[in-house]
Design a protein around this ligand. Structure first.
Ligand SMILES: OC[C@H]1O[C@H](O[C@H]2O[C@H](CO)[C@@H](O)[C@H](O)[C@H]2O)[C@H](O)[C@@H](O)[C@@H]1O
Ligand SMILES: [Ca+2]
Length: 797
């Protein structure tokens, strides 16, 4: 090594893991302008040719790491790049070169001017720029220039420059490895180190205005609603309100009534607000009492309103919300079933704090709002969402034990969660108005009055126009008259009862449920309730010596819950299973018929274990092909959706869209019934469209995908459009359950499949190549081409 190449440890960037988080990578230590305060441009210094130590979690080879594609699916491997390797100080192993960017603003400007030809602040395959930008290497002080080529690398450059700029940087040293990183690895890294953090919310004294912000219903005041039986929270929020008002902020704290009626909820539609969630007591850290900081309370995950406080020697304390993860985009609150899906991803990334926080919020919601809410906004107070609490709590409990947490505390947590789930099961899902006593099955059927205020403003225009015309008033006037109950339209009342049920189902909206949701014993809901019954039974039996006390003080034993499960399984076979069509259908309690809408929810009985082996077998062999598209499972078949027209627009939970929760439940269900090979095939498809969009569209991760589209599956314009697509320069959050599906999906795939994903190998090409290697003892390809035989059917989630 020459003196020129000698390692200089004072150069922070030289030692830097090129894949560190932005906080580290763009932190003060690596800022060239701070290192060389007296010179504008780095002069006379060279950077070491020594490779930084990178220990990737994924065993990607360098060959996997670069690809470029055009919309016609042509793949360019890195060997297609006209970069000639030269013998120089910059000639390091591929991917280890560093660039000096001495003017971030200027580079950004040039990059966008040349490459963002459609001026949407993203560099995508739709931009028609030269697809090349030269950057000077750090070793040569910018003298030697290298070309950054292709959409993927240029868009990564845009992302890195944008982040660095947002972090206040003017200059940076940028590792090439950060630009040509294997996209699977990059997405996984971003999800685990950045997206979860950016989607995490936790109420504190300082952030309430920001936390409560809602784009769905603009309002003059930011409001927080607090349950009346939470004195500590009321005191806390009153103080926060006072402080905010002193600062001139428009914050109002409202105390909810003891009984929440549909009339009350409608009356506050024009005063929307965030609903308080579980909080913990924490010491106040202030300057004159630094001791307080060390007086840590063991109050974590205790509903402070229930907690008996130790009266002796009370340190100064305040409240702080437990963390939760929001879905993203316009959904800036804690959602019911999104949280379950998100928690699966968080647990894989060992963010048990987040998953546990969300379970605690659900316990709080059941105890203070009577149900797990659609989401914690005032306009969601009357309705729930698909229930997943038992599985979520069990998974968190297992993770706590795995992490060596206090087993007693973990067990206490599990018990509280189960007691809350039992209450929810009995008082929400298996009583009026949701229970159908004839079948013993349940329907989504929330309370509520009027038009759901949170929907996009034009969502109901086509429906309401004839009513407005009939009365000779404008649409806006009609909506007000109807909401204020100044006019009676029984037909509309029924429509909205069903519409609310659609929203409670989480499948809002779909022609499967349109106009009838509240009368449907759906496959989805009954599968989930079956899972509750089995989970509760097994938990009571295996963890609590077959005895748990419910919130009414009564004993609960496994036998009762197992018999409930058995009854539901029989009822599902009788009313929902269709032998001739080899499919589960929803059952309409008014018409006494199955609906015959082919929905991906037909796979949920596999997830919950409610299907018989025989039903699962028939479903996979005879019906799966109806739902399997290029990018995974479609929400429903085209035939069932029917013809789309101006008067009958696309609905987002129908063909041709695919949703992460549908994929996840099917993968797990299929694996559970021994169809691990099929599960892996579907995983590959879904992760393929995710990765391809991520590469072609500036790092995008969206709420849902058009699973039939090879080129731009992220482009969905049904209803409120896609979420997660609207960013400038860099996507910082992804979308909650889609992030989770990526993390979970990777757990299913073999190294070989992950490598193929990294080079955006289309599913059919990958499956065909896998078949050829079926007899190869090293690759161990299985039917469908993905995975290891030893995993078949035993994928643990
Ligand atoms: O504002 C319109 C609707 O938005 C929500 O539904 C959609 O987003 C949710 C959050 O990701 C998701 O849980 C749901 O499945 C989606 O359809 C909301 O849940 C609806 O109640 C609301 O009307
Ligand atoms: Ca663009």
């Amino acid at each position: 090594m020459t003196a020129k190449h000698s390692r200089n440890l004072s150069m922070g960037s030289d030692d830097m893991d090129p894949f560190s988080t932005p906080e580290v990578y763009y932190g003060a230590k690596t800022d060239p302008s701070k290192q060389f305060r007296n010179s504008k441009v780095i002069r006379g210094r060279t950077f070491s040719g020594t490779l930084p130590r990178i220990t990737p979690a994924w065993n990607f080879s360098a060959d996997d790491s670069i690809m470029e594609k055009d919309s016609s699916h042509r793949e360019f491997h890195k060997s297609d790049y006209p970069i000639k390797r030269r013998s120089s100080e910059d000639d390091m192993a591929y991917g280890s070169r560093r660039f000096l960017i001495s003017d971030i603003d200027g580079t950004l400007e040039t990059l966008l001017k040349n490459e963002d030809t459609d001026q949407n602040h993203q560099i995508t395959i739709e931009d028609t720029g030269p697809k090349v930008l030269k950057l000077g290497t750090a070793n040569s002080n910018g003298y030697n220039q290298y070309a950054i080529r292709g959409t993927y690398m240029l868009s990564n450059l845009l992302q890195e420059l944008t982040i660095a700029k947002r972090m206040g940087r003017n200059q940076m040293i940028l590792d090439e490895a950060r630009l040509n990183e294997n996209p699977v690895r990059r997405l996984k890294r971003l999800i685990s180190t950045q997206f979860w953090n950016n989607l995490t919310r936790r109420v504190s004294e300082d952030n309430i205005m920001e936390m409560a912000h809602d784009t769905k219903i603009p309002a003059e005041y930011t409001r927080v609603y607090v349950p009346p039986n939470c004195p500590d929270q009321i005191e806390f929020f009153r103080k926060v309100e006072k402080d905010a008002q002193k600062k001139g902020q428009k914050l109002k704290i409202e105390i909810l009534p003891h009984v929440i009626t549909p009339e009350y909820v409608k009356s506050i539609n024009d005063k929307p607000g965030l609903l308080a969630l579980a909080m913990e007591e924490v010491p106040v850290v202030d300057d004159d009492d630094s001791n307080n900081a060390s007086m840590l309370f063991n109050s974590k995950f205790i509903d402070v309103n229930e907690k008996h406080k130790n009266a002796s020697k009370k340190p100064k304390t305040t409240l702080r919300g437990l963390p939760y993860v929001v879905p993203g985009g316009r959904f800036n609150e804690l959602y019911g079933w999104d949280s379950y899906m998100i928690s699966l991803g968080c647990l894989i990334d060992n963010r048990v704090d987040l998953a546990q926080g969300m379970v605690e919020h659900f316990i709080f919601q059941i105890n203070h709002y009577g149900k797990i809410l659609n989401a914690n906004r005032s306009y969601y107070l009357c309705r729930s969402q698909p229930p997943f609490l038992t599985d979520m709590a069990i998974k968190v409990y297992n993770k706590l034990l795995e992490n060596g947490d206090n087993p007693g505390a973990a067990k206490e947590f599990l018990e509280r969660a189960m007691v809350a789930a039992i209450k929810e099961y009995k008082t929400v899902w298996t009583c009026e108005p949701r229970i159908d006593v004839t079948t013993g099955l349940s329907c989504y059927h929330p309370d509520g009055l009027g038009i759901p205020p949170e929907t996009e403003s034009t969502h109901f225009d086509a429906l309401l126009s004839p009513y407005a015309e009939k009365r000779g008033v404008s649409l806006t006037e009609f909506q007000k008259l109807y909401n204020d109950q100044k006019i009676s339209e029984p037909e509309l009342d029924e429509y909205f009862t069903n519409d609310r049920a659609v929203r409670e189902s989480g499948h809002d909206t779909s022609y499967r449920l349109d106009g009838c949701a509240a009368s449907l014993c759906t496959v989805d809901l009954n599968s989930l309730l079956y899972k509750y019954e089995v989970d509760i039974a097994e938990t009571i039996r295996d963890k609590f010596d077959d005895h748990i006390i419910n919130e009414l003080g009564e004993g609960e034993t496994s036998a009762v819950w197992l018999s409930r499960a058995a009854r539901r399984k029989d009822a599902m076979s009788k009313y929902l299973w269709n032998e001739e069509h080899a499919l589960f259908y929803d059952y309409n309690i008014k018409t006494h018929k199955q609906t015959k809408y082919e929905s991906a929810t037909a796979f949920w009985p596999l997830w919950s274990g409610a299907a018989t082996e025989y039903q699962a077998d028939c479903l996979v062999k005879k019906s799966l092909s109806k739902f399997e598209e290029l990018g995974g499972l479609v929400a429903g078949t085209e035939k069932s959706r029917g013809v789309i027209s101006l008067d009958r627009p696309n609905r987002q939970w129908d063909y041709p869209y695919g949703w992460a929760p549908q994929q996840i439940l099917a993968w797990v269900g299929l694996a559970k019934y021994g169809f691990g090979d099929v599960a892996r095939r579907l995983v590959y498809r879904w992760l393929y469209i995710m990765t391809k969009s991520f590469v072609d569209y500036n790092g995008i991760v969206v709420e849902k995908y058009d699973v039939t589209k090879p080129t731009d599956p992220h482009r969905v314009d049904a209803e409120y459009g896609n979420q997660g697509a609207d960013f400038k320069g860099v996507a910082t959050e992804g979308f909650g359950w889609v992030n989770a599906s990526f993390e979970l999906g990777l757990e299913f795939l073999s190294t070989r499949a992950i490598r193929a994903l990294g080079t955006i190998t289309p599913p059919d090409v990958f499956f065909a190549s896998s078949k050829k290697t079926q007899n190869n003892p090293v690759v161990h390809a299985v039917e469908g081409g993905i995975g290891r035989p030893q995993d078949q059917g035993i994928v643990s989630v």
